[in-house]
Design a protein around this ligand. Structure first.
Ligand code: PMP
Length: 446
């Protein structure tokens, strides 16, 4: 595989950009990442002309793949040529807000911002202001963007910032519990319930997994929040408008969070984030309330057009059927391959998310019984070995993924997420041939 252009670009980039990239995960692959020239349906083509089946899909936003369907593309072009942005409200923001509030029952009002990070920062500020409390409960190992309140490591109240540059006392307000551990959540509420502003949780750990919720886990969190006057904040930056389709993961799981953070798909491939939720809480944002929130680019017309038209396209076409069905085919195929070649590994995911987690333990003989896509439910014979939280995923063979497995898949023309923890995404542009080619490559590499 010729990689000369990517190697040279990385060499130049290292002189002018820290680590040669604008977001860390892109450089996770050594000795250098490939540089993408263009997308094509479910594929990307790199700067040396190599073509890959792309399961990264921009790390989640590209529900429809790389070629925007005609209505999305024309809306983007129209709004770009109207003049990109104005610093004044535009009709398309209202339309997009109406679409989201119509489809996600817990979202009565929404504020659009520019990234998932901005969304979680503002949601935490709003929850703190609304409750008059400081503490935030997160899941251990969870990722909510470059947010000073959530970049922590450790457990319970013994957490510290996970990055230099964040004052230690910021972490004093954050409590980390293991996902899916009912008792741990109950315990922190017994100890600190009156001080907890919110629980911030991904409905499915999609950044540190994929890990699905155990039966009744979100109900437990929801009840604890209700009983203690804390807010439940669902971080649906990844799962929003992907898991559960237009009703999002909260609809799929039947949970009614107070606030939800969005990103990725609602911007149709352009920079976006959003905070949505109950009007009673949302009204506290400036200018209707006094919780400061603002942004030059927020509700950017081109982003709004791309996001709204993407969601409308998904509502009017068989997008979710298609992506979920290919997701299912991938998980089933991978389950068979793992049962045969790597029974200690776990196939995880649901709907259009999939991943093989390089867990170290598994039953000797599953005899094809494992039901991938069963959402790691207790009924599955493999359940005991499936990761239940971020720590279980981190205990896997993460180096093997990065150093050996990822390069082997790349050599076969398959682009997987750059580390063991991020989800992989099926788009509307992927085909059954892409699935078959990918399964063959997994078979070879595993
Ligand atoms: N929350 C979750 C669950 C995410 O997955 C991400 C990004 N992957 C973020 C927040 C941050 O979003 P952004 O990268 O757009 O700031």
């Amino acid at each position: 595989m010729n990689e000369e252009n990517s190697r040279n670009l990385y060499d130049r980039a290292l002189s002018v950009m820290p680590g040669g990239v604008n977001s860390s995960v892109r450089a996770a692959i050594e000795p250098y990442p490939f540089f993408v020239e263009r997308g094509d349906g479910g594929h990307v083509v790199d700067a040396d002309g190599n073509r890959y089946v792309d399961w990264v899909m921009g790390l989640g936003p590209l529900l429809l793949g790389h070629d925007l369907p005609q209505p999305v593309e024309s809306a983007v072009q129209k709004h770009a040529s109207n003049g990109p942005m104005f610093g004044a409200p535009t009709p398309i923001e209202v339309e997009h807000a109406e679409f989201v509030t119509r489809h996600v029952p817990s979202v009565e009002m929404i504020r659009f911002v520019n990234s998932g990070t901005e969304a979680t920062v503002s949601a935490v500020r709003l929850a703190r202001a609304y409750t008059g409390r400081d503490k935030v409960v997160v899941m251990q190992g969870s990722y909510h963007g470059a947010n000073d309140s959530t970049l922590v490591e450790g457990e319970g109240t013994h957490v510290s910032p996970s990055s230099p540059g964040i004052p230690d006392d910021f972490a004093e307000h954050t409590i980390a519990v293991p996902f899916n551990d009912h008792e741990a959540a109950q315990h922190v509420f017994e100890e600190h319930g009156d001080d907890i502003a919110c629980v911030l949780v991904e409905p499915v750990l999609a950044n540190y997994g994929i890990v699905t919720p155990a039966d009744e886990y979100h109900e437990t969190l929801s009840d604890l929040c209700d009983d203690h006057g804390s807010l439940l904040v669902f971080d649906e930056v990844i799962t929003g408008f992907r898991v559960g389709g237009l009703q999002c993961a909260q609809g799929e799981f039947g949970i009614d969070p107070d606030l939800t953070t969005f990103g990725k798909i609602i911007g149709g491939g352009f920079p976006v984030g959003a905070i949505g939720g109950k009007a009673e809480v949302m009204r506290n944002f400036t200018p209707s309330g006094d919780v400061f929130q603002a942004g030059t680019f927020s509700g950017h017309p081109v982003t709004m057009a791309a996001g709204l038209e993407t969601l409308k396209f998904a509502a009017e076409n068989d997008v979710y059927d298609h992506v979920n069905s290919l997701g299912e085919q991938l998980r089933r195929g991978l389950t068979e391959i793992c049962a045969d070649q790597a029974p200690e590994y776990t196939v995880a995911g649901l709907d259009s998310l999939f991943k093989v987690i390089f867990t170290r333990d598994g039953p000797d003989d599953l005899d094809g019984q494992c039901e991938a896509g069963c959402r790691q439910r207790t009924a599955c014979p493999r359940y005991e070995y499936c990761p239940k939280n971020g720590g279980d995923v981190a205990a896997g063979e993460t180096d093997r993924w990065r150093r050996v497995f990822w390069p082997q898949m790349k050599e076969q023309g398959i682009f997987l997420s750059q580390n063991q923890f991020e989800s992989q995404f099926v788009s509307y542009a992927h085909t059954e041939e892409d699935v078959e080619e990918t399964l063959e490559a997994y078979k070879e590499a595993l």
